[in-house]
Design a binder for this molecule. Structure first.
Ligand SMILES: [Fe+2]
Length: 287
């Protein structure tokens, strides 16, 4: 049986959407197995989840420690007020085959749009009741599978300039910083809300801003499969260059125009290359 059931006529990497999945029933997605994974995985992090929407996401790990050990945090997850995340579970020998199987299903849709995809990673998130993940963005595209408990996800369109300005994007990509990625009540009005339970999932377009509020009745578990496409890398490069231009006082032009121009230049370069190869081969065959 397939893990991923997309309720869409057609996948579009620019559009957020909800999907269904069956991973909540998988033995490796149960809390006891994930506890074992967390305790053997060097890529595990944890901190307080007693946070506000407005807290700086990138400062949480250092500014909101609980003083508990990982074992204490997990043993008391119902009351420890904590957030635990396990990075890069695709490197774990027990979890690697499962991540590959899920990614193969994702690839059926993404391969129509992207020539190459890199940095495929899988993450586990375990959150105490009432925990909050503040407003932030990540440098990836994300398939978010909710496994256990209830949570409310708020997700924004990363191309909405009222939410993400070009200048914020330049700082985010160019300086690799969330310092200008800030929550406001004005932005909140433009969020899409997803009330998630087990078997529900959401697709996040590349770098889409998001924020999560856990239900108060029970702790939750979610899985993310993230990746970066060749197109994402190109967008990132343009923002980086723009950030440098702005730094020296040059105001960059609209990013969408720049992306179209790069695409046309690439098509042009491809056509020139094909023409050169064609004439070289004609010449060689005629000689
Ligand atoms: Fe995130």
């Amino acid at each position: 049986m397939a893990y991923l059931e997309r309720q869409l006529d057609e996948f579009n990497p620019d559009l957020q959407h909800q999907f269904r999945h069956t991973l909540h029933n998988h033995p490796l997605m149960q809390f006891d197995e994930l506890t074992k994974l967390a305790l053997r995985n060097p890529q595990v992090r944890f901190h307080s989840a007693k946070l506000e929407r407005t807290h700086r996401f990138d400062k949480v790990r250092e500014e909101h420690i609980t003083g508990l050990t990982l074992q204490e945090t997990l043993d008391n997850i119902e009351v420890s007020g904590s957030f635990v995340y396990i990075k890069e579970i695709q490197k774990d020998p027990i979890y690697a085959p499962l991540v590959q199987e899920i990614y193969k299903e994702i690839q059926k849709d993404t391969s129509k749009f992207h020539k190459s995809i890199s940095r495929v990673q899988a993450w586990i998130f375990i959150t105490s009741p009432g925990g909050v993940t503040p407003y932030h963005r990540d440098f990836e595209t994300n398939h978010y599978f909710h496994i256990k408990g209830k949570k409310t996800l708020f997700l924004w369109d990363p191309k909405d300039k009222d939410v993400v300005s070009q200048e914020e994007n330049e700082y985010f990509h160019g300086v690799h910083s969330l310092a200008k990625t800030l929550y406001t009540e004005e932005k909140f009005k433009k969020a899409s809300r997803y009330d998630l339970g087990p078997s529900m999932g959401v697709f996040f377009p590349y770098t889409a801003p998001h924020m999560v509020e856990n239900g108060t009745d029970e702790f939750s578990i979610s899985l993310s499969i993230t990746y970066t496409t060749a197109e994402d890398i190109q967008v990132r490069r343009i923002h980086k260059i723009n950030q440098l231009l702005r730094k020296i006082g040059i105001k960059p032009t609209d990013i969408e125009k720049q992306i179209k121009l790069v695409y046309r230049l690439k098509l042009g370069a491809h056509w020139v290359l094909r023409t050169i190869v064609f004439f070289a081969l004609s010449d060689w065959m005629g000689s």
